[in-house]
Ligand binder design. Structure first.
Ligand code: NAD
Length: 387
């Protein structure tokens, strides 16, 4: 297997062929500096295992930033089940065997990695994984968990859209705003419903016609192709499908004022944050915008799950983003650089946790290595601390 180019500052990488299914599980632990590495299990068909490893490495690094920026006592990790190329989502006994194999891989890490559902898996799948390991979150309510995190992620995206509108238009009121949602899956559809209730005009797009099901009753909503949505003249573009949607070409064609959505790793490269800023497009860092599900799940750990406290913590994404925009203004840096700085400073200040492996693993570079100028405002305390 060749590794195709992700940076390797991760603590651990486990690649394990399932004894039952023959399917590879990949678990990347980027950092346990702030706590156990929590990240969902993505089940997806990849051209080869190397591509799945790259995905796990990239996604786990983003989880470190996400948890750190949100003020959570969690590290960054990600699980990937590498389905053979062309295999559709498995069902029945094969799905069960794959999930049990993944559960064994999680168990082998002794709590340094904690899993949950992600693209391609759901809360019921986590019940199967839990047959093999205790280190599972996102279980259904009936199994004592907090259920599907997607509605919380969508709630956080709405909070972030309000912060962006406040910054761009001087009001957080969304009535009459226009938003194009690309990807109307679990998060995108919940976001569409929330925004419709707030009086937003929606452009909706998905590659899968089945994703229209359940959204036909929305007022002020129109379906377009993903390509049309990307160049639509709207207030907000909300990427809610897979990553990399903003590359050099698509960045040049954007006609929205704001990019703010749920998808992980929306920018093909970080430097595109500068390209968007130069074009006058406000980019809300994805790992801040889409932290709602993780924040909710973090409330499952510890002393009993309280939905009211979880909702309040998710709503605080709005004030965190406002603080990031202020910091970006004061420092003359992009909101992405400001959010990364908040996360890295928190990581740099943290003492090693029980899960930390010898000084490696997603450790942030010292603040002095940050190429961006320092902002005038302090950013020492995290904005969404767990209650
Ligand atoms: P999902 O699989 O339910 O939905 C994704 C949707 O995007 C699907 O309907 C799919 O058909 C569509 N899609 C795929 N490629 C597309 C394309 N090129 N153009 C348009 N549509 C396309 O996934 P989800 O749980 O809704 O997550 C969406 C994104 O948000 C992912 O990037 C995920 O990593 C991220 N995210 C999700 C959560 C969560 O709580 N589910 C939390 C944080 C981040």
């Amino acid at each position: 297997m060749t590794h195709t180019g992700q940076s390797l500052d991760h603590e651990r990488l486990l690649v394990r062929r399932g004894a039952r299914s023959g399917v590879y599980s990949v678990i990347a632990i980027h950092s346990t500096r702030l706590g156990p590495a929590l990240g969902g299990c993505r089940m997806h068909a990849y051209p080869d295992v190397s591509a799945a490893v790259d995905d796990a490495l990239r996604l786990s690094a983003a989880m470190t930033l996400k948890a750190a920026a949100a003020g959570l006592e969690l590290g960054g990790g990600k699980g990937v089940v590498c389905l053979p190329a062309g295999e559709p989502g498995p069902a029945g006994m094969r799905r069960r065997e794959i999930l049990l194999d993944f559960g064994d891989a999680v168990a082998a890490l002794d709590g340094a990695y904690v899993t949950a559902e992600d693209v391609g898996t759901n809360a019921e799948d986590m019940v199967v994984v839990a047959e093999r390991t205790l280190h599972v979150t996102g279980l259904p309510r009936s199994a004592g968990g907090s259920g599907d995190p997607s509605p919380f992620t969508a709630e956080g995206v709405e909070a972030a859209v309000r912060a962006c509108c406040q910054r761009t238009y001087g009001t957080r009121d969304l009535a009459g705003r226009s938003v194009a949602i690309v990807g109307t899956g679990q998060v995108g559809s919940a976001l569409a419903r929330r925004l419709a209730t707030a009086g937003v005009e929606l452009l909706l797009a998905d590659v899968d016609p089945a994703a229209r099901r359940g959204l036909s009753d929305l007022p002020h909503a129109r379906w377009v192709t993903p390509e049309q949505a990307l160049v639509a003249n709207v207030d907000v573009l909300a990427p809610c499908a897979l990553g990399g949607i903003i590359d050099e070409d698509s960045a040049a064609g954007l006609r929205c004022a704001i990019v703010c959505g749920a998808a992980n790793n929306q920018l093909a490269e970080d430097r595109l944050a500068h390209v968007l800023a130069a074009r006058g497009v406000l980019y809300a860092p994805d790992f801040v915008v889409n932290a709602g599900g993780l924040i909710n799940i973090s409330h499952e750990r510890g002393a009993g799950y309280d939905p009211a406290r979880a909702h309040a913590a998710v709503a605080a994404i709005e004030s965190l983003l406002q603080r990031i925009f202020r910091m970006a203004d004061l420092g003359g840096i992009t909101p992405l650089a400001a959010a990364q700085r908040i996360a890295r400073r928190r990581l740099a200040a943290a003492a090693p946790t029980a899960w930390s492996v010898t000084g490696s693993g997603g450790e942030a570079p010292p603040a002095s290595a940050d190429p961006e100028p320092s902002p005038a405002s302090p950013d020492s305390e995290p904005s969404i601390a767990r209650a």
